[in-house]
Design a protein around this ligand. Structure first.
Ligand code: GDP
Length: 155
C-alpha cells in the first residue's frame, strides 16, 4: 500500500493548488452539490521518485462560520489519524496568522510526523513569514510555491 500524505492548513493557503500540482491536475474539482462541505479529496501523487496517496482536506470555505472551528478540528484529527505524514501548509506572504497557530497546536499533539510547508514563496514578500514560522515549533519550514512548481525537490 502506498503511504498516505495529508495536506492540512487554513483556507486559502494553497492546499488545492498543491494537491493539483502533486497529482498533475490542472483544475480543482468542484463539488456539484451546492451547500455540501467537501471533507476530503484523494489522488495519486508523484513527487520525484516518490509515489503516494495525497489527501486534501478542503471544504471549510463552505462551512457556516460558527462551525468552522469545530469542523476544522474534527477534519484535521480524522486526516491525521489516517495519514503517514502530514504537510501543514501556510501562506508565507500573509505570515503566521492566529488560525495557523491553532492548526500548529492541533498537529503538534498528534503522533503523525509533520512537515511545515511555507507556500507562495516565489518572491521576497515571503521572507518575513518564513522566519516567523520557526516560532510554530514544527521545525524548519520548506519554502515552496505550488502555483509555480517552485521548491518541489526540497519538499
Ligand atoms: P486552499 O483553500 O488552501 O485549498 O487554497 P487554494 O489552493 O484554493 O489557493 C488559494 C489562493 O492562493 C488561490 O488564489 C491560488 O491561486 C493562490 N495560490 C496558491 N499557490 C500559490 C503560490 O504558490 N503563489 C501565489 N502567489 N499564490 C498561490
Amino acid at each position: 500500500m502506498k503511504p498516505v500524505v495529508a495536506i492540512l492548513g487554513r483556507p486559502n493557503v494553497g492546499k488545492s493548488t498543491l494537491f493539483n500540482r502533486l497529482t498533475g491536475r490542472r483544475s480543482a474539482l468542484v463539488d456539484p452539490t451546492p451547500g455540501v462541505t467537501r471533507d476530503r479529496r484523494e489522488g495519486d501523487a508523484y513527487l520525484g521518485r516518490l509515489r503516494f496517496t495525497v489527501v486534501d482536506t478542503a471544504g471549510l470555505e463552505d462551512a457556516p462560520a460558527t462551525k468552522v472551528e469545530s469542523e476544522m478540528q474534527a477534519q484535521t484529527k480524522r486526516a491525521l489519524a489516517d495519514a503517514d505524514v502530514a504537510l501543514l501548509l501556510f501562506d508565507a506572504r500573509a505570515g503566521v496568522t492566529p488560525l495557523d497557530r491553532h492548526f500548529a497546536d492541533l498537529v503538534r499533539r498528534a503522533s503523525t510526523p509533520i512537515i511545515l510547508v511555507a507556500n507562495k514563496c516565489e518572491s521576497r514578500a515571503a521572507n518575513a513569514g518564513l522566519m516567523e514560522a520557526y516560532e510554530l515549533g514544527l521545525g524548519e519550514p520548506i519554502a515552496i510555491a505550488s502555483e509555480h512548481g517552485i521548491g518541489m525537490p526540497d519538499l
